[in-house]
Design a protein around this ligand. Structure first.
Ligand code: DGY
Length: 323
């Protein structure tokens, strides 16, 4: 009898083909939508391995439903705020995730969103399509550029550093970063980088505030109205990490009141963001639907890392991408 592997979504094609060749009893959600919770709780019963996505909550209820034979959970994400890590580890279940492989794709899209918000891309595209494109005007749709500016990075992890490295060639003068600790190695690679342990100081000095940190109890809703009020009125705020880091109603208010200039968001609360959210309708807010890691290369790699993790655990080998 083969071990049972539950996979909560169809994977990208190469990895899906590989998955289907593996010696598992494969139970897989066949739709391109989140596996309903009750369906997942039923499917996971008796499973030896689980490949999940960031849309699947991994908590005590799920672990109980699975049963004590569950050996490995491989999550197809670098973020792990959907997982009760302590509960998983307390049961000696191997836990894998997908670090590194999505750094470049996510950093690329973060730069794209920063530029889009700073250069008023949404307003420009709408103006063109709506027939408001009159004669060339000296100040029409002017935005801001990076030259000699200060970038504030919230969380100088892999992605934060990759964003900072990408922005340096645009001519930024200074990169301030905030986080739990100074990162001397990152400072060697990002020559403009300086650790700023006081968040309010970073916010008041930065022309661009870019959120790249993990969602933890410490960072949850750290961006309140009060924080936006500390930023420059010309500041551009970008979040490609997790929507939960921002108190969203406060961001909406700050954008409406022009407390800050503009925002670029790849993550929101909830996801999907309802179409009547003011964020979609504000001219100074660009919203993308959580696609920072969405390149064919990266998604294929994320999925294959999950399969690598499952295969290793089933052979009683250490997980190659262990959380
Ligand atoms: C992750 O892996 O945590 C990302 O949010 C997916 O793009």
């Amino acid at each position: 009898m083969y071990p049972k592997l539950v996979v909560t979504r169809i994977l990208p094609p190469d990895t899906q083909a590989r998955l289907e060749e593996l010696p598992f009893e494969l139970v897989q959600w066949q739709q391109d939508s989140a596996m309903p919770r009750d369906e997942l709780l039923r499917a996971v019963k008796g499973a030896d391995a689980l490949i999940c996505l960031l849309t699947d909550k991994i908590d005590t209820e799920l672990l109980d439903a699975a049963g004590p034979q569950l050996k490995v959970i491989a999550s197809m994400a670098v973020g792990f705020d959907h997982i009760d890590v302590e509960a998983v580890k307390a049961r000696n279940i191997h836990l894998g995730y997908t670090p590194d492989c999505l750094t470049d794709a996510t950093a690329d899209l973060t730069v794209l969103l920063t530029l889009a918000a700073a250069r008023r891309m949404k307003e420009g595209m709408l103006a063109g399509a709506n027939g408001e494109w009159g004669t060339w005007r000296p100040t029409w749709l002017c935005g801001s550029q990076f030259t000699r500016k200060t970038v504030g990075i919230i969380g100088m992890g892999r992605i934060g550093e990759a964003v900072a490295r990408r922005l340096e060639p645009f001519g930024v003068k200074q990169t301030l970063y905030w986080g739990r600790q100074q990162k001397p190695d990152a400072e060697k690679r990002v020559v403009t980088a300086t650790f700023e342990p006081d968040l309010d100081t970073l916010l008041s000095k930065s022309d661009y505030v870019i959120v790249c940190c993990a969602l933890t109890p410490h960072t949850r809703e750290m961006f309140t109205y009060d924080k936006f009020a500390k930023m420059k009125k010309s500041a551009i705020f970008v979040n490609t990490a997790r929507g939960g880091i921002v108190k969203q109603d406060d961001l909406i208010r700050a954008l409406q009141e022009r407390q800050i200039k503009a925002a670029g968001l790849d993550v929101t609360t909830p996801e999907p963001l309802p179409t009547d959210s003011p964020l979609f309708h504000l001219p100074n807010c660009v919203v993308l639907p959580h696609i920072a890691s969405a390149t064919f290369e990266t998604r294929e790699r994320m999925a294959s890392m999950c399969v690598d993790n499952v295969e290793a655990a089933m052979k009683n080998e250490p997980l190659p991408f262990k959380l």
